[in-house]
Design a protein around this ligand. Sequence first.
Ligand code: ARG
Ligand code: ZN
Length: 862
Amino acid sequence: QRQYRLDYRPPAYLVDTVALDFDIQENNTQVTAQLAVARNVAGPAGPWRLDGRGMRLVRVAIDGADLAHDAYELTDTALWLDNLPSVFELTIVTELDPETNLSLEGLYRSGAILCTQCEATGFSRITYFPDRPDVMARFTTRIEADAARYPVLLSNGNCTQAGMAQPGRHYAIYEDPFAKPCYLFALVAGDLGVIRDTYTTASGREVALAVFTEHGNEPQCHHALDALKKAMAWDEATYDLEYDLDQFFIVAVGSFNMGAMENKGLNIFNTACVFAHPETATDGDFARVRDVVAHEYFHNYTGNRVTCRDWFQLSLKEGLTVYREHQFAIDHGSPGVTRIEQVRMIRDIQFPEDGGPRAHPVRPDSYIEMNNFYTITVYEKGAELIRMIAQMAGREAFTDAVKHYLHKHDGQAVTIEDFVVAMEETTGLDLAQFRHWYSHAGTPRVAISQQHENNTLTLTLSQSTPATPGQPNKPVFDIPISLAVFDTAGSQQVPPQLVRLNHARKKIVYKDVPEPAVVSALRGLSAPVKLTQDTTERDLVCLMAHDSDPVSRWDAAQSLYMTHLLACVDAIRADHALPGLGDGLSQAITRLLADWPADRALLAEMLTLPSTIQIGEAFERIDVAAIDGARRAVRQQIGSRFEEELTALATAHAPRSTYVFDQDAAGRRAVFALALGYLAETGVEGIEAWCRTVYDEADNMTDRMAALGALQYCPGATRDRLLGDFARRFANEPLVMDKWLRLQVSAPDIDAVAQARALLQDPAFDFTNPNRLRALLGGLVRGNAPAFHRADGAGYALLVDEILRIDAFNPQMAAALAGLIAPWQRYDARYGQGMRAGLSRLDGAELSDNTREIVASGLADA
Ligand code: ARG
Ligand code: ZN
């Protein structure tokens, strides 16, 4: 059933307190909920809906008196109560079986751990409750379980009591003093290892910190704990936000649909976002763990203390929290490279979503299944909207505005509109036109052209936005465009400034600018738009060498590569010979390789070609084989032309010292891996032996993966032997084996679909675990597009088979996989027809609401 944003009605009843009692037995957990309820004068009259599904209702009582079966109405998804007093106590007893719950929503088992996931609506798999974020209650939780099997019992808030119960059993009671929506409820029971620490807040309160995990993994949790302390200090220093409970716990579980969850005082994480040890995690993993830990911690204010009125407002908490996470990441790594990674995420993942069948506004207007809207648009584009406000307001005014917003709405469930109003109140900005960004999907196109006469530089800016499903007409957006002007030697003619393009067209005139001038625009991606600009190759070479902003230097390089890549795609499609590397591009790379930027991670980024997805964005229809062929060919052109320089680069950055995770060391490793990859793809002599040495001598996973990544281009005995060694060495580390799974399906020379099918059928493969599925199927579809999109359709057939199998137990996961073939219309008919056939096959099957919603969007007006 489709929900509409404009249908919002306040809740009919409010819940003041909830006392939960979990009696955990083998195969059965009994939950007793006691709710203090009062009618909401602002809410609608009539019966009261409590949400609930997938459990057994044992008892309903009002003020202690049991209700007869005909005194309530029970459906598959709700319990309806009528003729209620205006104030009463409601008792509900339910029974659930976490052991057979493979949806990973509600209460479920992950290995030795019983845990919960309630966002968005998992709480209604635990008890009947108004499962909506604007019902905020104070929770008390009592957990009782077998003492040997579940020695650790955790819930939100502070532990106020614990002890032995009947023989062999024990209990714990937690009280959370902060009213919260039920999506923030959490419970954990299990036999867990733990590492502990404390944090003293700015005002001197001591907070107990801990990371819990299955025994044996404790050594992999120190980096996460360290990141947590960094995040706590950063939020105090940046926004004056101090932690508000006596304890903050993280629990790492192996089976988790997403990255992590910000339950009040008891975050539950996918192990992939907690574990980080040099021998098993790469630099990328270390950074991700740090940032996700910070993200979930930041939710304590932006999400928990101030929450969402309804799920259409999801970006209220996610966009703002991602923005805070981005700021934190920039303060803890290379600012330029960190921003480059964010820009790439927007261009490679968000822009395609915004240009496909699933395009939706940052604040969606309707949904069938909310879990389908935890998207890159709501998260990352949402964060970019906040970044635009911050740029327009200035950092200090923006920080004050966030403080004002959190103060004004503390303890409330509010809307994106409330947030925007709070921004206006403090910054003095007029955001009337800016609001379109929240209500309209699609990526605006901005064009900039320049005229230069008599030392007067005139820029003409214009915008237009293509239609998206359900939104044929787009408004004129308020687009902040950061501009600077340089001369050809790189000195600044016009300092960086922010221009607001808030009309369809706008002219900007700069006087006294000597010719020739080089215009650097949309610096750092100041707005999530696609820019076309009449810059020349000479301008780009100049910006790449001299722009004062590293992100702009990188972006100029991307444009240079892109022009050449597009020419190569066209040549392949027309069956012509490939154009050679042009003079401008060769010159730019020559310069870069002669004078390495001190930030080596930036050098690695500047030598990385736009992704195949990025190249595909430039075309009306995506030609998978031609794009992949062009990108590989250009890498080989660069590899052969600069073999000597790349060899020198790799040699200078070859692993030497023992592993530390810091900016400088990680940058050196990145540049080494990059150079090794070029040399391997080019097939230079001796590269296999070099990779083998790197692999054998590595003391860390980053270098090991650099060697294996390069060997993907070198079929043969060395590769087979090292992959075999890797599998034996890490057989007991599921997250590392996920890297191995990706490698197994991503080499360009293998029958990756057959390989994926074989791995899926291996009895050791746990297809109920989302991380395994993401590694194998994500690795195939995203990591090896040409193999997946093969002409006989075997790739689509495999994916559809798996979606159907998975949908029966984990609809969230299945829906995410279906999204991979939904944008069939974006592809050349050679591929699109097969993708569409896959969607039709899904359409003819029995599907969850989650997957059906995705399939229907793909098949709409086809
Ligand atoms: N709120 C979590 C985060 O920090 C995401 C959890 C979403 N889970 C889900 N099943 N929809 O981003
Ligand atoms: Zn979040």
